[in-house]
Structures are given as C-alpha cells and as structure tokens.
Design a protein around this ligand. Structure first.
Ligand code: 13P
Length: 253
C-alpha cells in the first residue's frame, strides 16, 4: 500500500511573519488531528530554513522547494542550486509546475536536467504534468501528458526513477475552483501509471506516487483520495490556511 503524500505549495505568498504563523498553526493542527500521511510544506525560498527548523523540531512534516536551478553552481545570478537546498535539509522539490512552464518557459528538456540535479542531491522531485483547457478540448491531453512524462522523466534509470513523485495538475483546474472530477483525475493517473509500467515494470509502477493538484480543498479531497491511483495531493490555495490544509492531510489515508 502506498502511503499518501499531501504537499502544500504556497507559491509566492506570505511574508516572513505570516510564514512563521502558518507553520506554527499547521504544526498545532497536525499535533491535534490524527494524520496518517506524509506531509510536505513548500514555502518560498526565503522561508525554507524556517520550515526545515520547524520540521526538525516537530517531526510532523517535511520541506520542499518550489523550484531549483538546472546549473550546479557559479555565476548564475538569482539561481538556487540543488546542493544549496540539500544543505538546508530540504527533501522535496517541485519541478515543472505549469506556472514555471508558462511564465518562465521551462520545457521538458530543462526540467529533465532539474530532476537529475535534485536526485543527485538526494532530494525527491515532485514532477508536475498537466494539460491546458485548450489541449483537453482538442482531445490532446493524453499526448501532452505522455510527452511531459517521457521527456521529463524517462531518461532516468530505474534506481533513480523510483524516487520520483509525479503530480497531475490540469492547468484548467489550478486556482480556478474548477476541480477535475475524481473520475477525470483517476483516468489520467491510471494512464500515467500505465506509462510507468510499460517503461519500468510492475513493481515500480505500483510503488510510484502520483499526486493530484488543482483546486483540491477540504471539501473534495476525500473523494479524490479515494481513487485507486491518486496517492495524495499537491495543494495550492488551500495550503495557505492551516485549518484547511490539516483537514486535507487528515483525509489522506
Ligand atoms: P490550487 O490548489 O490553488 O488550485 O493550486 C494547485 C497547484 O498549483 C498546486 O501546485
């Protein structure tokens, strides 16, 4: 049985004091509630150390970054390397979020390099895939997702690939309040798992975590998490409120 993962992607939200309060409130909530999943908090870079300190103290959650450089080190102003993240005890990193693909022109080839960099530093990549509304309406969603998965991840050997987490985030569901139905999400999750099975075999396909993201909230999480191929969630807006986020964590069993 795959233990579920719930990861909160704060995106570019909160100032330092607000970040401190939110982490404290999530910890309090996780202490009170019965939670049986792995919890990951992905704050903006400047709050990573705050989060890893909180994670070390409470042992109730782990910490992820939202992006990483495709370079190792040196004259790349403004970049943050995988080794820097590892030195802060960050153990997850979101890679290829649709907002990175759209606003920062990140393509599958660059993302494949980022995936390699974090794995080389023992950080788990949460590699995001998902189609736009236009692509779904043109019935191209399976092709788009296949390419994102193949080009971003299938260069890895099996020993590396088994450490990857995949997140299916339909672009039309992100921040729109328009969630994929559990059936729509399950169809894609099962498709992704079938691609993994073809490439890496049954054992790895059964072990790999595939998270759902896109307007997942305290009201719809249970139904999504009940699907056989949905192994947890990547939560945007609802991760900014401790009560909602903890409620989603509690629903991941
Ligand atoms: P929302 O939950 O706000 O739709 O965002 C999802 C997301 O992009 C998580 O990475």
């Amino acid at each position: 049985m795959r233990r579920k993962i719930v990861a909160g992607n704060w995106k570019m939200n909160k100032d330092f004091d607000e970040a401190e309060t939110l982490i404290d409130d999530v910890v309090k909530g996780l202490e009170e509630e019965e939670v049986d999943c792995d919890v990951v908090i992905c704050p903006p870079f400047p709050y990573l150390e705050l989060a890893t300190d909180g994670a070390a103290d409470s042992e109730l959650f782990e910490v992820g970054a939202q992006n990483v450089s495709s370079f190792d080190s040196g004259a790349y102003t403004g970049e943050v390397s995988a080794a820097m993240l590892a030195s802060l005890d960050v153990n997850f990193c979101i890679i290829g979020h649709s907002e990175r693909r759209k606003y920062f022109n990140e393509d599958n080839a660059t993302l494949a390099v980022k995936v390699e960099k974090v794995l080389a530093n023992e950080i788990v990549p949460i590699y995001c895939v998902g189609e736009t509304l236009e692509e779904r309406e043109a019935n191209r969603h399976f092709d788009v997702i296949r390419r994102q998965v193949e080009e971003g991840l299938f260069g890895l050997d099996a020993a590396d690939f088994e450490n990857v987490v995949i997140a299916y985030e339909p672009v039309w569901a992100i921040g729109t309040g328009k969630t994929a139905t559990p059936e729509q999400a399950e169809e894609i999750h099962a498709f992704i798992r079938s691609l993994v099975k073809e490439k890496y075999g049954d054992d790895i396909a059964n072990e790999i975590h595939i998270l759902y993201g896109g307007s997942c909230n305290a009201k719809n999480a249970s139904a999504l998490f009940a699907q056989p191929d949905i192994d947890g969630g990547l939560i945007g807006g609802a991760s900014l409120k401790a009560e909602d986020f903890v409620s989603i964590c509690r629903q991941a069993k």
